[in-house]
Design a binder for this molecule. Structure first.
Ligand SMILES: Nc1ncnc2c1ncn2[C@@H]1O[C@H](COP(=O)(O)OP(=O)(O)O)[C@@H](O)[C@H]1O
Ligand SMILES: [Mg+2]
Length: 217
C-alpha cells in the first residue's frame, strides 16, 4: 500500500523552477534512496514531503489524505525530516530530548531516552552534556534520536552521514539498518558509495529536479 504519493508536484521559488512536475509513489515500510548532483533539488523534495515547503502545484497524499488537510504539527510528527546540519538548541542534550515530550504534552521519560541514547552508543549521563561540547557526529546522533523517540511513520534522512567521523557514521548507518526492520518508511538522500551499494531502491535525480531513473534491486 502506498503511504506517500506525489502527484504532479512542482516547486518554484523566485521564478526558478526547482521541481518541475514530479510523480512519485512510496510504499509503506519501503527504504528509498535518492541520489543526484548537488543542487538538483533533493533537499527541496524532502522538504516538500516534510511539509517544510509547500508545492507550487500538485498534491502530496500521505496515508490516504492530502498533506494540506493535516494540522501541520501533527503531520510533522508523522513525517519527520533530519537535516544534514542538525540544529540543536538551548543548553544541554536534555533540552533537546525533552522537546518531543513537550510537544506531545507528555512527561519526560528518562528510561525511554536512555534506551535511545544507547541506540546511538551514547551513555545515559550524556543527557546533561552541554551541546557546545559535542562533536559533529554526536550532534547528529542526538538530533536523530530527537526525531525517533516517538517514531514517525516516514523518516526523511538528508545526507545525515555526510561529513561525520567514521565511528559516528558507522553508528548512524547501523541505526538506519535497524530502522529498516521496524514499521517505518525511510527515504534517504545520500552520495555515500557504501550506502548506495547496499541500497535496494535508488532514485536518480538530475539537474532541474527531474527523476532520471529508478533502480530496484
Ligand atoms: N528557499 C530557496 N530559495 C531560493 N532557492 C532555493 C531555495 N531552496 C533551494 N533553492 C535552490 O534550489 C536548487 C535545489 O536545491 P536543493 O534542493 O538544496 O538541492 P540538493 O539538495 O540536491 O543539493 C538549488 O539551485 C538551490 O539554490
Ligand atoms: Mg541537499
Amino acid at each position: 500500500m502506498a503511504i506517500l504519493t506525489l502527484k504532479n508536484v512542482s516547486y518554484t521559488v523566485d521564478q526558478q523552477q526547482i521541481i518541475p512536475d514530479l510523480n512519485l509513489t512510496v510504499a509503506a515500510n519501503d527504504f528509498l534512496t535518492i541520489t543526484g548532483p548537488s543542487g538538483c533539488g533533493k533537499s527541496t523534495l524532502l522538504k516538500l514531503i516534510a511539509s517544510l515547503a509547500t508545492p507550487t502545484s500538485g498534491e502530496i497524499i500521505f496515508a490516504g489524505k492530502n498533506q494540506l488537510d493535516y494540522e501541520r504539527p501533527l503531520y510533522r510528527q508523522q513525517v519527520s525530516y533530519c537535516f544534514q546540519q542538525p540544529t540543536l538548541f538551548d543548553q544541554t542534550v536534555r533540552d533537546n530530548l525533552q522537546l518531543p515530550f513537550e510537544i506531545r504534552q507528555q512527561d519526560f521519560d528518562q528510561a525511554r531516552v536512555t534506551n535511545y541514547l544507547e541506540l546511538v552508543a551514547l551513555p545515559a549521563n550524556f543527557i546533561d552534556k552541554k551541546i557546545t561540547d559535542l562533536s559533529g557526529g554526536e550532534r547528529q546522533r542526538v538530533a536523530l534520536i530527537r526525531n525517533l523517540i516517538f517514531p514517525p511513520k516516514i523518516l526523511l534522512l538528508d545526507e545525515v552521514t555526510a561529513g561525520l567521523d567514521s565511528r559516528s557514521k558507522e553508528i548512524v548507518q547501523d541505526l538506519i539498518r535497524q530502522l529498516t526492520q521496524d514499521k517505518i518508511t525511510l527515504i534517504q538522500v545520500t552520495h555515500d558509495s557504501d550506502e548506495l551499494k547496499t541500497a535496494a531502491n535508488i532514485i536518480h535525480m538530475k539537474q532541474g529536479g527531474i527523476i532520471d531513473e529508478t533502480i530496484s534491486r
